[in-house]
Design a protein around this ligand. Structure first.
Ligand code: HEM
Length: 141
């Protein structure tokens, strides 16, 4: 199919619908996690946190099993490719579809940060004074 006005280059679908839902879920749920903690809405903090964990696990699996642009193998590159891209020396960069090497790196950093935060939340809390994550009983007081 051609571009919006029937002219120009053809439209190319880059991101699949499930990946878009995943991205927007992160954009909505991370502020919700902050807000629920700041306002002591702990039951919601816990519920939304578990939903977020499910979406993160899905994103990791989608990065292995999903379509080309969602797959880590297609966009996670080594430091040489990242540096070459930043210097404008990567051949074919202008025709690249999906994440650039820097975009791929930021994906890994953001997913890693979210997985770390959610994992810590599972164990967080004080059983004698307030709310706890579902795995809190497994760690010492
Ligand atoms: C990206 C995800 C998350 C964000 C941004 C987030 C954010 C926060 C913030 C800002 C606090 C308040 C810290 C303070 O002021 O002392 C907090 C506390 C807490 N969070 Fe989360 N959290 C996340 C995930 C989770 C998850 C998945 C769970 C468990 C299901 C969880 C359980 C808790 C618990 C139990 C506390 C209380 C800790 C305490 O008072 O000792 N969090 N979180």
């Amino acid at each position: 199919m051609r571009g919006a006005a029937g002219l120009g280059p053809p439209d190319i679908r880059v991101w699949d619908p499930l990946l878009r839902i995943t991205h927007w879920s992160f954009a909505l749920l991370i502020p919700a996690m902050w807000w629920t903690a700041e306002n002591s809405k702990w039951a919601w903090h816990r519920r939304i946190g578990l939903v977020l964990l499910g979406i993160l696990v899905f994103r990791v699996l989608w990065g292995i099993l999903g379509p080309e642009t969602a797959r880590f193998a297609s966009f996670v590159k080594g430091p040489r490719a990242v540096v070459a891209y930043l210097r404008g020396e990567l051949s074919g960069a202008a025709q690249m579809i999906g994440h650039s090497p820097v975009g791929g790196l930021s994906t890994v950093v953001l997913l890693g940060a979210m997985l770390t935060q959610v994992s810590m939340g599972l164990f967080a809390g004080d059983p004698f004074d307030g709310m706890t994550g579902p795995l809190n009983a497994l760690v010492g007081v």
